[in-house]
Design a protein around this ligand. Sequence first.
Ligand code: ZN
Length: 733
Amino acid sequence: MKKLIAITFSLFTVISTASAQNWCGSMEHRDELNSERPEVAKEIERKFNAFNKLQQENEASGVKNSDHYVIPVVFHIIHKGGNENISFAQIEDQMRSLNEDFAYLNEDSELTPDAFKAYAGDAKIEFRLAQLDPEGNCTQGVTRTFSQLTSTANNNVKELIQWDPYKYFNVWVVKEIDKETSYGTILGYAQFPDELWSNAATDGVILRDDYCGSIGTASSQVGRTLTHEAGHWLNLRHIWGDATCGTDHVNDTPAAEEPNFGICLNDYPYRISVIGGDTINSGCTPDATTQIISQLNGEMFMNYMDYSDDNCMNMFSLLQGDRMRSAIDEFRSVLVSETNLIATGTNDDYISSVCIPTPEFTADYIYGCPGDAYSFFNETYNVDYSLDSVVTYEWTFEGGTPATSTEENPEDIIFLEAGFFPITLSSTNSAGERSLLKEAYITVTDDEANMSFPYIQNFESTEFPTFPTESWNWLVSSQIDPTWNRTTEAASPTITGIDGGVNNAALRIRSASFTSEGDRHTLITPTIDLSNATAPINAYYDIAYAQKNMGTNDNLRVYISDDCGRTWVSKKNYDTESLITNDGSTIFLPFVPTEDEWERFQVSLSTLAGEKNVQIKFELIGENGNWLYMDNFIVSNSNEVSLSETIFGDLAIYPNPSQGDVTIEFELYKKATVKIALSNVYGATLATEVLNLDATKNSVQLNSLYPNLKAGVYFIQLEQNGTTMTKKVVITD
Ligand SMILES: [Zn+2]
């Protein structure tokens, strides 16, 4: 019963002090690695036990390593242009507090209770920001990578960038780790050193930006999340041994019952062991064979390896320091070798020099209509302003007005034409110049040549997503990674007639093949003209989807825009569950839907009635997913529309007006017999021609239909199966 009360109490304190806790995911990370590869897990366990045994033997025989170690560090800032792109000053502040904590030079070291002081001390491990990168280039020990993954980081961001973990201590700083444990939201986690041999690609520490250091975005913190995680990274366990009164394999830390949340210096002594006596504040019974510190002063909740609040912690024990240095000897000896310190510019004799700046930039918008203005923001880094404060910038905006700028943050750059435009920034200081080119960074969509309503895309064209007429194109994110792709593996039979008997193709995407879990892959329609459409207007799309396994986490989001993608309004958010169209069973092999496994989904566009320039964006964010298929995308008043009603794509007549040398151009969605008619303003038909045409872009010369037309206003009409499409043509003298 007492136990129950204690648990209830600690849960209460978790909630009340949630914002100030070290929510560490290191043990969960280890469990995850181990569950993925049981045979490797066995070897890791063997290494862990062998290390503990050796450590105990060395301690018993008085073998001691008193070396002072230097560890080269690199911070990888993963950001999406927000304040999670923390300043160099914030990183330096984190390095300061990390080193103070490890050297027991922290200001609050004086708060260590007297009974524990003799056991507290310098761990003799110093962290230094790398000054040379893996290629030997000058660096400040910081990289910056733009990625949406910063919000759902986990191990995913480690695939974006990592420096050789045998040579650098990698620290990733992200906005959110996106992992929950029974204790709450994860703020950071480390990988233990006995896993380096088997899991080098994930070695290091991941940390939230608002827990990195004590200034900038972390101004409400003390910066001890990294102290704790660096402890794990050097083989320290939690002080309660991750079990009730478990062992941390360190003999000068008292046994601890469980993690201490919200316990602070006022609570000292806490959980005093009184043999056969006090039962109100009683603690664990120590392991008398190994523990050299008395249990009578209670638990060492001010140890960095507990879960107390940052400002209640102030020490590593001396034997924790020994254990960490032994872990360096055993698992990370290359890292601290003189050769490596020289290679990373962290040796004592290294003379700092001015680095060439690394250009980086963002913009307020990356999509827009012709004529829209953009602001660009310089985010050049690798600049130590204390060494050299003068950096000059040179921007090139191909297709923009103005086309160049030397301002740090140029504003009002206007793009008048539709297209994809590259942006270049060159940053120069006394050490040299470096340029960054972002291809097709700005997308300007033609807002005049819109697709007519109703609109159909059945993905049958082998050219998809590009067409002979640029304004018909769909925009598909990154063509390099596996993304939305046309397939003939399956097609939706759901909508009668839409494919006009041709029913071969669909689009599909599979999150299990994404480069990084949680990647976003977008699919954007061309602009669709709803200026003459009246509500109800819907976008319909047929979906087929099955879950790959229980770890599948796919999310399909649908957005709309009426300003060429400059702003997007969220309309739908389908989670994995709501996407499933099969019987719910998981399918490990590639999913190919049967005809019964398609469903029609829809989203209302009625609020956009009267808008001339409407786009729909699909975004799949996912991990471990099987194929998601999409087919028969339709924007119309009802889902009864069929291809026979809208066989024609956009009808273009150019030049118009002209002196008679006119091209009539249109796309057919299927092979068909089409009648072209020319009439005058009084409705009299002047010429007709019947043509058998293919499902592609077709063009007819007006001169061949009716040579030497007099100046005046005429109408061109296309007709197929009773469906017509008419456009005015003006002939001048
Ligand atoms: Zn931890």
